[in-house]
Write a protein that binds this ligand. Structure first.
Ligand SMILES: Nc1ncnc2c1ncn2[C@@H]1O[C@H](COP(=O)(O)OP(=O)(O)OP(=O)(O)O)[C@@H](O)[C@H]1O
Ligand SMILES: [Mg+2]
Length: 557
């Protein structure tokens, strides 16, 4: 029942401690990680937004510059001047000196005929009347084409500007070096898995992506209608899970797509998560182990304190019983002794009378004689009890003398030698060599030895062994005397009663039941203790512990 109580208490403390320490730890750990993760992701999105904006801006600026350059050329020169190939070559060389991004340049008349051309291809005389870019330019004035292969069978895109000179219109067309243009887009390819490319409004690739997809092939992304600014986010696009940044160019309906590997970008976050989980788990482990260890220690301490308290309580109960008995004993012994003395005297006188009167012939003589003997016997019994009780009451102030317990035991055994021999009981001794003298009351200790040895002899009855061992414990400065018999033992349920006053199992007239209670009170008063261990059918051991330097207890009486 008690064990269950301790177990319940143990688990209660463990559960409460764990609850009060783990919950805040988990909440704090989770909140810090969540906050960190939110701001980290926001930071990544912010930098992706900036990257996308900057790249869109740079490409637009590139196109702005080329368009402005060509515009200047168109509107500061007449068609006559520019169709002069020598002049056009000079102009083109000058343009290339400033920037290598132009591959070639040409003038096309209103019928689509390529009337002048400077560049690495043989394109002069080619007619562009049916080309889409030609028609678009004639319609809009300025046109930046999509990437196409055209006559040169090589992917390129053109910037074309139309000028109306009087009633005739003509077009200046320049081809942009795709390598230089692509390099500018690819500058946004960051990390090991990052990608950046342009698609037109039909999702046809306008620059070559780093991974998967050929120039001019169509990607399977959903269609994004033109929007202003940039868009970023973690998205799943046609099986590609990535961080995406997108922005439409201002000068052309091309969409810049920047792709970044979330694992690469978020790896510091993942590392932080692992670290946070590790730290929290470590904390949990330490708390759990600590809780179990501390709770175990606390409960163990509690159990031992409770046990000590129980022993103390029991000894206090026993001591107070002794004290009560002491008081009672003095009173009863005194009151009963006087009438007993009178009865004893009167019995003696009656016996004398029987002899004097010479009534031995009387038929009631035997009855008288028997009655007188019985009275005498029972008076003696009663006096024995009162005698012991008086001894109990008188034994208040122990003397202090040097006592050699081995010698004292030898003397005590001498008293019992004949009785033991008669009953065929062997008394063995196993003495501690050179024990320190105990400062105590030898007469009282001897009485205890006698009581316990008498009990052992009574318990054995006939034929047996009494083993006496003396020991010294230097740590506690304590002597121990263990008296073991191989008698019938004491049943467990009786062990707690044997020190009670008047508890006896002996026949009426044989035992007073005071021997052990007196012994207990003596040893208690001398500052020691008596313990008993017994196993039914095997025997009993009484162990008396006495401090070497006696600490007699103050009297409760
Ligand atoms: N060595 C022992 N083996 C078995 N039982 C014992 C032993 N010592 C004591 N007892 C039991 O404890 C009881 C109480 O002992 P205690 O010495 O107090 O009284 P008692 O021996 O019966 O009477 P008294 O000591 O006056 O002769 C005994 O009656 C006996 O039942
Ligand atoms: Mg006894």
């Amino acid at each position: 029942m008690k064990e269950k109580g301790y177990t319940r208490l143990y688990w209660k403390i463990v559960a409460t401690t764990l609850c009060f320490s783990l919950v805040p730890l988990l909440v704090v750990g989770f909140s810090i990680y969540r906050q960190f993760s939110i701001s980290f992701k926001a930071k990544i999105m912010e930098s992706l937004t900036t990257l996308t904006e900057n790249r869109c801006g740079a490409i637009d600026l590139f196109l702005d510059e080329r368009i402005a350059q060509l515009n200047t050329l168109v509107f500061t020169n007449s068609m006559e001047q520019l169709t002069d190939e020598e002049y056009l070559t000079r102009v083109f060389t000058l343009m290339q000196m400033r920037s290598k991004s132009f591959v070639d340049i040409g003038i096309i008349d209103r019928d689509g005929d390529h009337v002048a051309y400077v560049g690495p291809y043989r394109l002069k005389g080619v007619n562009y009347k049916n080309e889409e870019w030609f028609n678009e330019t004639m319609l809009r004035g300025i046109y930046v084409s999509d990437v196409f292969t055209g006559y040169r069978m090589f992917p390129h895109f053109v910037i074309a500007i139309m000028r109306r000179e009087g009633d005739r219109s003509w077009i200046l067309r320049a081809t942009i070096d795709t390598e230089i243009f692509e390099a500018m887009v690819k500058a946004a390819q960051v990390g090991k898995k990052g990608d950046a490319f342009l698609v037109n409004k039909d999702n046809v690739l306008q620059t070559t992506p780093r991974f998967g997809g050929e120039l001019l092939s169509r990607i399977t992304y959903p269609h994004f209608p033109r929007f202003s600014g940039t868009r970023v986010g973690e998205m799943q696009l046609s099986g590609d899970y990535a961080l995406f940044g997108m922005g439409w160019l201002r000068n052309k309906d091309w969409l810049l797509i920047i792709k970044e590997d979330p694992l690469e970008n978020l790896s510091p976050l993942l590392q932080t998560r692992l670290m946070a989980i590790g730290l929290v788990l470590g904390g949990v482990l330490i708390i759990v182990v600590g809780t179990f260890l501390v709770t175990g220690a606390v409960v163990r301490q509690l159990i031992s304190t409770d046990r000590e308290k129980a022993v103390l309580d029991a000894s206090l109960v026993q001591s107070s019983k002794m004290a009560a008995l002491g008081k009672l004993a003095a009173g009863i012994a005194h009151e009963v002794n006087n009438p007993l003395a009178v009865i004893k005297e009167k019995v003696g006188w009656m016996r004398d009378l029987l002899v004097e009167e010479d009534i031995s012939a009387s038929e009631n003589y035997r009855e008288f004689d028997d009655a007188i003997r019985k009275i005498d016997y029972h008076v003696d019994r009663a006096r024995k009890v009162t005698h012991r009780l008086l001894g109990f009451a008188r034994r208040l102030e122990p003397v202090q003398e040097q006592v050699d317990l081995n010698r004292l035991m030898d003397e005590t055994i001498e008293f019992l030698r004949n009785e033991a021999h008669y009953r065929n009981i062997e008394i063995q001794t196993d003495y501690c060599p050179d024990p320190p003298d105990v400062v105590s009351d030898s007469a009282q200790i001897q009485q205890v030895f006698l009581n316990i040895l008498n009990n052992a002899i009574d318990a054995i009855g006939k034929a047996g062994v009494i083993h006496i061992k003396t020991m010294f414990n230097p740590k506690d400065r304590e002597m121990a005397v263990a008296i073991t018999d191989n008698g019938p033992g004491i049943p467990n349920d009786m062990l707690s009663k044997i020190f009670d006053p008047f508890y006896t199992t002996k026949e009426v007239g044989k035992g007073t039941g005071l021997g052990l209670s007196i012994s207990y009170s003596i040893i208690d008063k001398l500052g020691g203790r008596i313990l008993v261990a017994s196993e039914e059918g095997k025997g009993t051991t009484f162990t008396i512990y006495l401090p070497v330097n006696s600490r007699p207890k103050p009297q409760i009486l």
